[in-house]
Design a protein around this ligand. Structure first.
Ligand code: GP9
Ligand code: MN
Length: 682
């Protein structure tokens, strides 16, 4: 009986194999249809509301499948069938892994994630909640293809030979020619389907997605599931091999000396009276979305735009000539510059491209100094690759959208009032000392705030993007007022350093709107200052050191400033910035912006597009008028050097090497020490 069943099964398998061989490449069509169905289910299971699979998505997925399997047509039937089965298994496994990963991290698996599998380990206890019965359908065909694959490998050759014993076989050259022509045709169709549709998306609704690279899911939305992984591998190879910056050992040595000199300058400031004056304080830092400086202490229709911040400024150290240093990485660049005190890269985002590289960031340093570290941002955790980057920055906990109740929907996600409220519920329970970093979102472009929260009378700005922006900023200011009240109520006001800064400009390109709001025409210097200046506010316990500080500073100076107040030496850390809040304010400190502009508070240099320093424009800050280029040129070289060295360090992962060298020197020193000790004992 048992033998009989086995024979039946074997006969059935043989029938399938012979049929597939006779039907020529029907197996490829079968493979493509099954995989397409899986990709469709995968899209359904992800359940992304704006990313349903439509006609062009189906074309792209089909094209990607053909590119995935066209080469199997080079193989004879048996090899092709086994290869297709293996490809199917690989794709099913990857889609399933993506699905589980997405349910936890709201992102897809990329090569850098695979290289740090420990991140997936943090799924740990929650894995049970991420699985669903219906996922089984992604593997349903395995019930047939796995045994059929095994059969084909073991018995396929013999059975096919038997079945074809009396058939006249075509000459080998003809078979080879058919294979080559067929696979070339499949390759051509695949390429056309993928690239015409992706290129169309790139030119239209998906503009900038591949340059910005801000979220893998946005890429998936264009490329589809298989295409995403193809693109991701290409992106990884390009970044890490094809375009990798080759830093020579001389350059690395020069970079080390350059950045160590920055550390020495910070070390020299440790004699300052404010160094360590707030040792052991908690740090609560808030990064404000698109929050520029020009609207502080300003009114519209008799109403202050930022009444709470204006009040807070009176009780805090407020830096009125403070610049954001971000580039294409926008919010993520602000986060990086403020926490890791290095320049962002000119193209893309460090968070996305260089997350696995080593940096000296605030959370990590504070963690080493006994602080609990957490970061709060009520948006998808995969956006800007935060899940990965925050892990590397050594935050104990990242509270992303899924940790918040969406009880106040504004703009992209949760309103800042509720965001602060829910974050404070966590922070008030935290062990001290803590470092908590909060990133707001409500004032994100395009600044749509519910009517009930639109409290300003905008006059002629009503119905404009600027009007909406001011309403949003006013709402965020109200949220900040509530945050300060809550800190006082929780008894945190007097043992916590509160740091606030804006991340970048508001992307409003129409200068007439700024001129209407400010009631005056703006020259080029004023425009640049408006565009690049964000507020930087440090509130200290007891309202200490309150006042307006007008020396120039930038986001790279934030971490050194906080460390200085806490008395944690950064002399040995690889950072570019300097502490801004010192008893004797630093004079002539240069702030270098990513586009090559710089200012020391006296002059403001604007680079020309051709990269020739002498062709740029130099302005006098006090006089608000153009100055002789000679007043800027001596510092232009230094500014370029800062950008070049920072790029070498960031892209070339030089800090990892510097730290390794430091550790081995320390080991060698310790070794010498113990030999001397041993010698002394003898
Ligand atoms: C979303 C938010 C958006 O998480 O950070 O950032 P932006 O578009 O300003 O870079
Ligand atoms: Mn932003």
């Amino acid at each position: 009986m048992y033998d009989n069943d086995q024979n039946k099964l074997r006969r059935f398998m043989r029938w399938m194999l012979v049929l597939l061989e006779r039907l020529k490449a029907a197996d490829v069509l079968l493979f493509a249809s099954v995989l397409l169905a899986k990709l469709y289910l995968f899209n359904r299971f992800l359940g992304l509301p704006q990313m349903k699979m439509n006609g062009s998505d189906t074309a792209i997925e089909t094209g990607a499948i053909l590119l995935f399997c066209f080469w199997t047509l080079w193989l004879p039937a048996r090899g092709r069938i086994v290869a297709l089965i293996l490809l199917n298994m690989l794709a099913s496994f990857v889609l399933y892994a993506d699905l589980i990963y997405y349910r936890y991290f709201q992102d897809l698996i990329s090569v850098p994630v695979l290289l740090q599998l420990s991140q997936v380990g943090s799924l740990g206890g929650s894995i049970g909640t991420l699985l669903s019965y219906k996922d089984f359908i992604l593997f349903a065909d395995w019930l047939i293809i796995v045994p059929f694959g095994i059969y084909t490998v073991w018995y396929g050759r013999r059975d096919l030979k038997q079945a074809n014993e009396y058939r006249k076989s075509a000459p080998a050259w003809r078979k080879a020619a058919v294979r080559i022509v067929l696979s070339a045709a499949v390759f051509y169709i695949g390429t056309t389907l993928v690239f015409t549709n992706v290129n169309y998306a790139k030119r239209t609704w998906g503009l900038g997605i591949f340059e910005g690279n801000w979220w893998n899911l946005s890429v998936y939305n264009v490329t589809g599931g298989l295409g995403f992984h193809g693109y991701d591998v290409y992106r990884y190879v390009k970044r890490n091999w094809l375009d990798a910056v080759a830093v020579t050992s001389e350059q690395s040595e020069a970079a080390k000396q350059w950045i160590e000199a920055k550390g020495d300058s910070r070390g020299a400031l440790e004699q300052d009276g404010l160094f360590g004056a707030y040792e052991g304080s908690n740090v609560l830092m808030v990064q404000l979305e698109a929050f520029q400086n020009f609207m502080l202490n300003k009114s519209i229709g008799g109403q202050e735009i930022t009444p709470n911040l204006n009040k807070l400024i009176g009780q805090s150290a407020y830096f009125s000539q403070f610049y954001h240093q971000t580039a294409q990485g926008r919010t993520s660049d602000a986060d990086f510059t403020a926490n890791c005190s290095m320049q962002p890269v000119a193209n893309g985002s460090v968070f996305i491209q260089y997350a696995p590289h080593e940096f000296s960031c605030m959370p990590s340093i504070l963690k080493d100094n006994g602080y609990g570290t957490s970061v709060f941002h009520a948006y998808e955790g995969g956006f800007w690759n935060r899940n990965t980057m925050y892990r590397n920055m050594r935050y104990d906990q990242f509270y992303s959208l899924k940790h918040f109740a969406l009880d106040e929907k504004i703009g992209w996600a949760l309103g800042d009032k509720s965001f602060f409220r829910q974050s404070m519920d966590v922070i008030s329970e935290q062990d001290k000392p803590f470092y908590s970093f909060l990133i707001t979102l409500s004032s994100h472009h395009p600044y749509t705030i519910p009517a009930s929260e639109q409290k300003l009378e905008l006059g002629e700005l009503k119905g404009t993007m600027m009007g909406d922006y001011l309403q949003a900023a006013h709402y965020v200011d109200a949220a900040l007022g509530e945050l300060a009240d809550r800190m006082k109520a929780e008894g945190l006001w007097d043992d916590t350093i509160l740091v606030l800064y804006g991340d970048h400009d508001n992307s409003i390109k129409d200068w007439s709107l700024f001129e209407t709001f400010l009631g005056k025409p703006l020259n080029e210097l004023e425009r640049q200052q408006i565009l690049k200046q964000v507020p930087f506010i440090v509130h200290l316990p007891g309202d200490a050191h309150a006042g307006t500080y007008s020396q120039a500073g930038g986001q790279l100076d934030i971490t050194p400033t906080v460390m200085h107040l806490l008395g944690i030496s950064t002399a040995d850390q690889y950072m570019i910035g300097m502490p801004l809040l010192t008893e004797q304010p630093l004079q002539g400190k240069q702030v270098v912006l990513r586009n090559g502009a710089f200012t020391d508070g006296k002059v403001y240099y604007m680079p020309s597009g051709d990269g020739i320093a002498g062709n740029g424009a130099c302005w006098s800050v006090a006089g608000k008028k153009p100055a002789d280029i000679q007043a800027c040129l001596p510092q232009a070289e230094e500014a370029m050097q800062e950008l070049t060295v920072s790029d070498q360090i960031v892209m070339g992962d030089l800090i990892a090497g510097f730290n390794e060298r430091k550790a081995s020197e320390a080991r060698a020193d310790a070794g010498n020490g113990s030999t001397t000790e041993a010698a002394a004992l003898e």
